[in-house]
Design a protein around this ligand. Structure first.
Ligand code: NAG
Ligand code: NAG
Ligand code: NAG
Ligand code: NAG
Length: 828
């Protein structure tokens, strides 16, 4: 007699519901480090639970006859199958191919001749069910978040293991497993299996600890997870005993789909498909049971279950959104608005402040740099005027690095250049500009491939034959900065080059050592306009970069904690680099990466603002620092992804209307819908810390470089050095949100809140900033305005000829610096 007739649909319904609920909770609580331990706890608890509910308990292996011995040996295979599944989950996360299990098992049943639908008593029904469920599984796997080809390929192994185990356990009639005929039902099988699974798990945990290093995730969470898993198995086995065993993977599939979709929001059209995904699985389950017993219509209410987390999340999101919208609706002076005003004024000053005649430019040069204009300045002026350069006077970023070098004579500069190049391990390119033919040639002690340095210089300066004298200069091809800015205006100038290799070491003390001697540049405008409302919105870009004034930066950026190949030179050496923190003296030039095809803006890949998704987008790898201990959590990229993926339970601060006042409000809610942010690759780490990061972050497959243009807000941040992607975003109709600790050549001509939106190192203001930009009408129009202004400015001040006009200047200065008869002097 089919058991579902003995047990009423009421109790089946209850067990299935509870099984679904506990499996769902287990999936939500799941973390990779806790997987094996919680599994161990679960299998320890299970027999106890069965014993407690059953009264008599199970007769572990007792009184077995010879024919049963064989099947008992098979139990080890089952235990290993379970263990394999769990071990894979522990190392690689949720098994993405899980939905395939149901059709696989149905097929196995067909092949083995077991009838899935005994009461229907016809084979074609089983076959058609297997087919349709296979189609469904393919659909589900396609809709589930895709995590890359390797993850998918690897997950065939645990699926195969699980499939094998469950197939062997499939009953040949309603109660008895095919290969364990002496055991009555799932309950007993589990009890008999438990000891073996525990042994297998212990072996796996030992192996894992020995080979890969131990991982645990807090006793509390692990035990809670173990209890939930045990209850989930208990109710699953209850359901399975009274219906069919295939219900087990069905319940797990439905729970997995529900937990994957739990973060979706009800009111977003493109997530509706994802939201109803679990329903397919539940419907399939109902169909199966209905065909079997004709009594399970009452299970239809199960369709509500997967909606509960979605509704809960929608509710939380909706409450937060309403709160934000009502705040922004009444608000006229959000602190960000003041930043826009300040940005506007800065732009006005910049545009109107440029000299309009040659004489004025000479005067301005003398005023700013306290010296006569460099020989060739008039020709430079004519060149930039004839090319409509928007910037004539503002070259402070460059002069801050050039000025200290005046303390050396021309002869000394030549000597320093030669000795830095010759220094073993200094990794510098030596380039010569030949005035006669306007060609630049670069050489390296042993490298031949130069990452486009020679190419980019020739592209920018090739047309300047005769305008610039012969000049020799050093170029740094690493993306990290190289030379410590010496600030002591001392009498004896060190005439030697010191090289310290600080690869994988903290660099903070070394590169901020000079802060004590002289705060430099000495006159930064103070960041505070008096009303930042407690959130660190950036006002002055230069002040936000200043290491000396921000000692908390010590542990916020990979470059300061564990750079990949930091070769620090100290001494008065002119070296051209693409980006450097405030205390370093590299002479900045436009990165050769900007001319690479990969980083170019392609107009045809861009779309109008209205068609763009209203979200923050970022994809990238874990460059920025080398993880050789737990320090990776504090690297800049890791901190950003942790925040955006809400991986750390922490409070965020928002500005909200409370009783008519704008107040700082703490909330643990951050709207994940706003952040489309993920790592695509984890590297630059020791094996152990790569693994820890893989477990911590949800990586996504590699993404197209132009994908960022589909979103309105495109995040951009430092890697090991400057981000080569920035100009693509600046040129686009999306607005770049930029976080950086590095000065760049363009700092004099880019204005935060006008051409791009700056984000602080701490990112404490980021949730509020994004909330304002996305949810308020004002914020949206600001964002669009900045996107347009940045795009326009890029086409006016970042043309190829603008790079030429810029680079022309440091080469003139370098030529003067290394002029042999020049005496040393202090020009400040
Ligand atoms: C720059 O242009 C001015 C006016 O066109 C001209 O008189 C002067 O000779 C030019 N200077 C150089 C160095 O080409
Ligand atoms: C350079 O190294 C020498 C010894 O190798 C040391 O005495 C000197 O202080 C160093 N100079 C700087 C500027 O670090
Ligand atoms: C610093 O800047 C202020 C204006 O911002 C100016 O009045 C002052 O003279 C400057 N000080 C120095 C040392 O340049
Ligand atoms: C700061 O903002 C508050 C209200 O938002 C205003 O009353 C106050 O005058 C502002 N202070 C400054 C210095 O702008």
């Amino acid at each position: 007699m089919p058991p579902s007739n003995i047990i009423g649909p009421e109790s089946v319904r209850t067990s299935i519901t509870l099984a679904l609920a506990f499996t769902f909770i287990s999936d939500l609580l799941f973390t990779q480090p806790s997987e094996l331990w919680s599994e161990l706890g679960c299998w320890t608890l299970l027999p106890l639970i069965f014993k407690a509910t059953n009264g008599q308990g199970s007769q572990y292996d007792s009184g077995v006859n010879r024919t049963q011995k064989r099947s008992l040996r098979a139990l080890w295979a089952f235990a290993i199958g379970f263990g394999t599944f769990s071990a894979f989950k522990a190392e690689f996360g949720e098994i993405v191919l899980y939905p395939a299990l149901v059709p696989l098992l149905l097929t196995a049943q067909l092949i083995l001749g077991t009838d899935t639908f005994p009461s229907a008593n016809c084979k074609w029904l089983s076959a058609s069910f297997a087919w349709s469920s296979a189609a469904l599984a393919v659909f589900m796997i396609l809709v589930l978040p895709y995590e890359g080809i390797w993850r998918s390929a690897l997950s065939t192994i645990p699926i195969a293991a699980q499939c094998l185990v469950l197939t062997l356990l499939l009953p040949n009639d309603h109660t008895k497993p095919r290969y364990l005929p002496h055991l009555q039902g799932f309950r007993e099988v589990i009890s008999v299996l438990a000891l073996r699974v525990i042994l297998v798990l212990v072996v796996l945990i030992c192996l894992q600890t020995l080979v890969l290093g131990s991982t645990t995730d807090g006793l509390g969470r692990t035990s809670l997870l173990a209890v939930c898993k045990a209850l989930s198995w208990y109710f699953t086995s209850e359901s399975a005993t009274h219906t069919t065993w295939i219900i087990a993977p069905m319940i797990h599939t439905a729970a997995l789909l529900t937990s994957t979709n739990a973060l979706h929001r009800f009111f977003q059209p493109h997530t509706v498909l994802h939201m109803f995904l679990p329903h397919f699985s539940v419907a399939e389950m109902i169909l199966l049971l209905k065909k079997q017993s004709r009594q399970c219509q009452s299970l239809l209410f199960l369709l509500v279950l997967p909606l509960i987390p979605v509704i809960a999340n929608s509710w939380a999101g909706q409450v937060a959104t309403l709160d934000a919208r009502s705040t922004y609706a009444d608000l006229v002076d959000h602190p960000i608005e003041r930043k826009f005003q300040i940005g506007r004024q800065q732009l006005q000053t910049l545009l109107q402040g440029q000299s309009s005649t040659y004489d004025a430019a000479v005067e301005e040069y003398r005023r700013r740099y306290n010296t006569d204009p460099v020989p060739g300045f008039e020709a430079w002026y004519n060149y930039s005027i004839s090319h409509n350069s928007r910037i004539i006077d503002d070259f402070s970023v460059m002069y801050d690095s050039i000025a200290p070098l005046w303390q050396l004579s021309g002869q000394q500069i030549i000597h320093m250049t030669e000795s830095a190049y010759a220094k073993p391990g200094s990794e510098l390119w030596l380039c010569d500009f030949e005035s006669e033919n306007g060609r630049i040639s670069c050489k390296h002690p042993w490298r031949s491939f130069d990452r486009n340095i020679e190419l980019s210089f020739n592209q920018y300066l090739g047309g300047l034959k005769g305008a610039i004298p012969n000049v020799r200069f050093l170029v740094n091809h690493l993306d990290e900065p190289r030379v410590l800015r010496l600030v002591s205006w001392q009498k004896t100038i060190p005439a030697f080059v010191n090289l310290t290799v600080m690869s994988h070491l903290p660099t903070w003390n070394a590169i901020t050592a000079t802060c004590r001697l002289l705060p430099y540049p000495s006159n930064l405008s103070d960041d505070n306009d008096g009303n930042t409302s407690g959130l660190p919105f950036i006002t002055s870009h230069a002040a936000s970069l200043d290491l000396c004034k921000n000692p908390e930066y010590r542990s916020t950026h990979g470059l300061l904690q564990s750079p990949t190949s930091f070769r620090l030179l100290s001494g008065f050496i002119p070296i051209l680099s693409t980006g450097a923190p405030s205390t370093m003296g590299d002479i900045l030039f436009p990165s050769p990466a900007y001319i690479e095809n990969e980083f170019q803006y392609k107009k045809e890949k861009d779309i109008p603002w209205d068609k763009k998704i209203n979200e923050v987008y970022w994809r990238g790898s874990t460059t920025g620092g080398y993880a050789n201990d737990g320090n990776w959590r504090n690297f800049h990229r890791q901190r950003f992804v942790t925040l955006a993926q809400d991986l750390q339970q922490r409070y965020h601060v928002y500005l909200r209307n409370r009783e008519g006042f704008l107040r700082l409000v703490r909330s643990s809610f951050i709207d994940r819908q706003f952040f489309n942010v993920a790592f695509t690759r984890i590297f630059q780490c020791q094996m152990e810390y790569c693994r820890a990061q893989r477990m911590f972050f949800r990586t996504k497959p590699w993404a197209d470089k132009n994908r960022a243009l589909q979103s309105r807000l495109a995040f951009d941040m430092d890697g090991n050095g400057i981000s080569g992607r920035f100009y693509q975003l600046l040129a686009s109709q999306s607005v770049p949100l930029k976080q950086t600790l590095l000065r760049e050549w363009h700092d004099d001509r880019l204005i935060p809140w006008v051409h791009y939106i700056p984000v602080s190192q701490s990112m404490e203001e980021l949730p509020e900033l994004v909330s304002y930009l996305i949810l308020s009408g004002m914020g949206q129009s600001r964002a669009k305005e900045i996107a347009d202004q940045g795009r326009k400015w890029f086409s006016e001040a970042f043309r190829e000829v603008d790079m030429s006009i810029y680079l022309y200047r440091p080469l003139l200065e370098l030529a003067r610096l290394q002029d042999p008869p020049r005496e040393a002097s202090v020009k400040r």
